[in-house]
Design a protein around this ligand. Structure first.
Ligand code: GLY
Length: 359
């Protein structure tokens, strides 16, 4: 079992990885000193592939939510809380989330508010979940006004990664997750960038499970380091938002229907690279290094037809705005520059450049 430690103000926890861990989830939890969860939550896609076996291995009842971002809402939280109450779950118990970022964000949030907080474990089954969403304790749901506008910092007791789950992930989801891998590599493991370029489509999906585990755990190590140093995003954790300002705006401007999260982040990374270059934060070579790793992931859903003003208006509603405007994270040669004020006009210009370059 490969493992790494994440520090947390509430309770530090481990990320463990091993092929086959999902089918032996009960055993893995017991070996880590955790009780078997009574409730395991997954979605309609992941349940038959991985979660039924995981639930059976720990004797948990399986609750299934509809797959997709639309489930990350108040109604699903209320439904989940009701079902946990019906089953008589109490404060001393553990629940488990088996699925992608939607499942871990949602179940983590429901766990944070159920009876004022119960323990949970995350078993991410997507690349985005493994390298980002399940680590660091950010949980939450979307509102109509935007993504992740309601949430809580509520770290899991354990993150269990089974790299075999990536075998059933559609190629599009894998490539989308690749954008979070590129982001993470940029922040803390640049040696991964050429690896990603070499591994990317069409061979991305065919990688051996050991290679996936190594890639995922290298990213998880970077993420664990960042969130251990700044769990509550008082400062450096904001670096993880690289690519997310435009990314979240694109998702919202298309009602979460056109882009997978990672695909929107990929566009966001390309825009951030252009902004970094404009401001002299990035050399031409570094700009190309970042942009080419994103492009290597394959074609993205288009942006040419999107009204730039609509996208800009969503940027203006970003969570990272204050009275001084929207603070972007921009890539620099050495890493990132935090809190970069980008005016709406400049964001519009760069978005229009991207649209032209992509058409
Ligand atoms: N996904 C960004 C963070 O965990 O801070």
């Amino acid at each position: 079992m490969q493992r790494l430690q994440v520090e947390s103000r509430l309770a530090s926890y481990q990320v463990v990885a091993e092929p086959g861990a999902l089918g032996r989830l009960g055993e893995v939890l017991a070996a880590e000193g955790l009780a078997a969860p009574r409730s395991l939550v997954s979605d309609t896609v992941v349940a038959p592939l991985w979660a039924q076996a995981a639930a059976a291995s720990c004797g948990a009842s399986l609750l299934t939510i509809p797959a997709g971002e639309a489930s990350k809402c108040w109604a699903t939280v209320e439904d989940l809380l009701g079902r946990w109450l019906e089953r008589g779950l109490h404060r001393g118990e553990l629940v488990a989330a088996v699925g992608g970022g939607v499942v871990s964000d949602l179940v983590g949030f429901a766990a944070a508010v159920f009876l004022r907080g119960i323990a949970w474990v995350a078993a991410p089954t997507t690349l985005v979940g493994m390298v980002d969403a399940a680590i660091g304790g950010k949980t939450g749901i979307n509102l109509e006004r935007g993504k992740n506008l309601v949430g809580a910092f509520w770290p899991p007791r354990l993150v269990v990664i089974d790299p075999q789950a990536l075998r059933t992930l559609p190629a599009r989801e894998l490539a989308a997750g690749g954008a979070e891998v590129v982001k993470t590599a940029w922040l803390g493991d640049r040696g991964l960038l050429p690896v990603i370029r070499d591994m990317a489509q069409p061979r991305f999906g065919a990688l051996p499970v050991e290679v996936w585990q190594e890639l995922v755990m290298r990213c998880a190590t970077v993420k664990a380091g960042v969130v251990s140093a700044d769990e509550r995003e008082a400062g450096p954790r904001a670096a993880l938002n690289l690519g997310h300002t435009l990314g979240h705006a694109l998702e919202a401007a298309t009602a979460y229907r056109r882009f997978l999260h990672g695909e929107a982040v990929a566009w966001g990374l390309l825009a951030a690279a252009r902004l970094g270059r404009r401001r002299g934060l990035l050399s031409p070579a570094a700009c190309e290094e970042l942009s080419s790793a994103v492009r290597a992931l394959g074609p993205l859903p288009g942006i040419a037809d999107l009204a730039a003003e609509a996208v800009a208006s969503h940027i203006g509603r970003d969570k990272k705005r204050d009275d001084g405007g929207v603070a972007w994270v921009l890539p620099s040669d050495g890493g990132v520059a935090l809190g970069q004020r980008v005016t709406i006009d400049e964001a519009l210009e760069v978005f229009t450049e991207l649209q032209k370059a992509a058409s």
